[in-house]
Design a protein around this ligand. Structure first.
Ligand code: DAH
Length: 330
């Protein structure tokens, strides 16, 4: 009996255990034989034999079922170990993508203005003449339209040439105060090393009650923004012209490549032009029916920012989808 107890203890598989069980409790097993023998006994001897037999039987049943749970548990653990996946393993073959440098730059710009409590507005890429030009103080035959030659569907509909029409859409839908930016794609008939027919702009507009918005507010926010984007640069504002702002200015930063000494990128001026801005022209407010308000606006090209931040010499390279270029921005 001791032998069988040992073989149960050392048994390594459920199949083996089942064999032991059959040898004990099967039809022709040990206990059937013992119960047969019981029939041949009488009186006290029979009683004693039966008691022993039952104790033995219970003992083995307990041993078998205990061992069975141990083996089953072991099997389950083994199974789990075999099928488990180590999620911390680094797979070197994996070809993960990354944000395109233009979108990455766009995100940085948006992040700044959202932190300054600007809302984000959107408008259609296919725009009408009124929103893209007329309402922005660019009447038909105005010479400034020439700077923004574009793709027309017919006399009235075109691919928007800038994100400025979203100023108009927002003012027509909401009342002042307004504090918005509009990031998005724009289109122009242009193609050379610094121009592509599709590119991205971020437009900004702040409008409040008359007298509450000034040129110094505009200068403050843009200077802070440009330092957020380019680090420790000098910022200057030069008088310029846009039909939708009066006065208008362009903002320059000190050249980030030569630190203002003069190099090829800044055409030896020490300055890089980065955006247009100004005080909203009264004609724009008139076009949207706004009264007794003042405001400032600005607009910038995202690709220009990306080119400067990542020193990309040819803008067109950003849109060719060449993985050798894109992989550098992982
Ligand atoms: N819309 C202008 C462009 O595409 C950029 C611009 C300049 C927007 C001055 C403005 C602004 O809102 O005030 O060139």
């Amino acid at each position: 009996m001791k032998e069988i107890e040992n073989s149960i203890a050392s048994c390594a598989s459920l199949v083996e255990l089942e064999k032991i069980r059959v040898s004990l409790f099967g039809k022709k097993g040990y206990f059937s034989g013992q119960f047969e023998e019981l029939k041949n006994l009488e009186g006290e001897a029979k009683k004693e034999f039966a008691q022993n037999l039952n104790t033995n039987k219970e003992n083995f049943l307990a041993l078998l079922s205990g061992k069975k749970s141990v083996l089953e548990e072991g099997m389950m653990e083994e199974e789990m170990r075999k099928n488990s996946v180590d999620v911390t393993l680094f797979n070197q073959e994996q070809n993960a993508g990354a944000l395109h440098p233009v979108m990455d730059t766009m995100d940085k710009i948006i992040e700044y203005f959202v932190s300054m409590n600007f809302s984000i507005e959107e408008g259609p890429l296919v725009e009408d003449d009124f929103h893209n030009f007329e309402a922005l103080n660019l009447p038909k035959h105005h010479p400034a339209r020439d700077m923004q030659d574009t793709f027309y569907f017919n006399d009235a509909m075109l691919l928007r040439t800038h994100t400025s029409p979203v100023q108009i859409r927002t003012m027509l839908q909401q009342k002042a105060p307004i504090r918005m930016i509009c990031p998005g794609a724009v289109f122009r008939r242009d193609f050379d090393i610094t121009h592509t027919p599709m590119f991205h702009q971020v437009e900004g507009l702040v409008v409040d009650k008359s007298g509450k918005v000034s040129f110094s507010n505009l200068k403050y926010i843009l200077e802070d923004f440009l330092k957020h984007m380019f680090g420790d640069v000098k910022v200057r504002f030069r008088p310029s012209f846009f039909p939708f702002t009066e006065p208008s200015a362009e903002a320059d930063i000190s050249c980030i490549f030569c630190k203002g000494e003069g190099c090829r990128v800044c055409s030896h001026t020490g300055w890089l032009e980065v955006l247009g801005c100004g005080i909203v022209d009264p004609n724009v407010f008139k076009a949207v029916g706004y009264k007794d308000v003042s405001g400032y606006a600005f607009g910038l090209g995202v690709e220009r920012f990306a080119m400067l931040l990542h020193q990309v010499p040819d803008l067109r390279a950003l849109f060719e989808g060449d993985l050798r270029l894109l992989e550098q921005f992982r």
